[in-house]
Design a protein around this ligand. Sequence first.
Ligand SMILES: Nc1nc2c(ncn2[C@@H]2O[C@H](COP(=O)(O)OP(=O)(O)OP(=O)(O)O)[C@@H](O)[C@H]2O)c(=O)[nH]1
Ligand SMILES: [Mg+2]
Length: 292
Amino acid sequence: MFFRKFGEKIKTLFGGRKINEEFFEELEDTLIEGDLGARLTDEIVQSLRDIAKKEGLTEAADLQSRMRDILSQYVRSYDALPPKGELSVFMILGVNGVGKTTTIAKMAKYYTQKGLRVLLAAGDTFRAAAVDQLDIHAERLGMRIVKQKMGSDPGAVVFDAITSAQAQGDDLILADTAGRMHNKENLMKELQKMDKVIKAKGISEENYRKFLVIDATTGQNGLQQAMLFNQAVRLDGVILTKYDSAAKGGALVQIGRLLDLPVVFVCVGEKYDDIRPFDKEEYLSSLLGLDR
Ligand SMILES: Nc1nc2c(ncn2[C@@H]2O[C@H](COP(=O)(O)OP(=O)(O)OP(=O)(O)O)[C@@H](O)[C@H]2O)c(=O)[nH]1
Ligand SMILES: [Mg+2]
């Protein structure tokens, strides 16, 4: 389903041909194109060379499942179902335009259907219209929202949200955050402030999660973004959006390999139901053009 183009390319590359130098070179080019990055591509191709040599393989087709085994070590899924009856906070992070606010709306519906009481926190107070955007989702979905006016302190918004959720007996706060500020340093400082407030409000470590939203169409940048946010506020996982577009999504493998971060959800469209818990096996199959 996902990745069809890239998967088909891989499938064709491995199909009915001999293992030789030309094959490895083409594989290298294809992996780079698929957003796996130079470093990881080298690592994968070298491992496959070693396997082919050691086992005396001659058919490229024999290497396709071996590549799956290699990638399988790097990719993890993350089952993020918070417990009922105690308060969890998910802070949703990411640079501007990746799909944070839309994803929060999707998650709100998803978790409500799982029987949780969800509260939205409009933590992006920087961009004009950001609060309204979340507010419109809240209204459409019939969710409670805690908000303040544009320009107010996002730390104060999560503070209020936690107080309100505790009073109402909510199970989960989904906190929106800004994707952009005057500069990157400012943004990271604001996020660190929010992070401090959430911890100071006594939300336990197990119930507090920071998920980074990554836009599948931005390729290699996903890794840079993950490094940046992970450094500022230790991340717990990533959410991949816009996987329905002509995306390649190989950045997930890099993020898994280099930062050891699991994948929580994959979003495949603009509608509320276009969200799926990450399915590692399906992902690997589509990435490699395997049937399953
Ligand atoms: N095709 C597709 N579009 C998506 C998906 N997720 C979000 N979008 C679209 O991406 C655009 C940006 O989404 P937002 O949710 O506003 O992104 P954001 O990260 O909150 O952006 P800022 O608030 O500006 O930082 C919107 O037009 C969304 O409809 C997805 O999975 N697939
Ligand atoms: Mg937003």
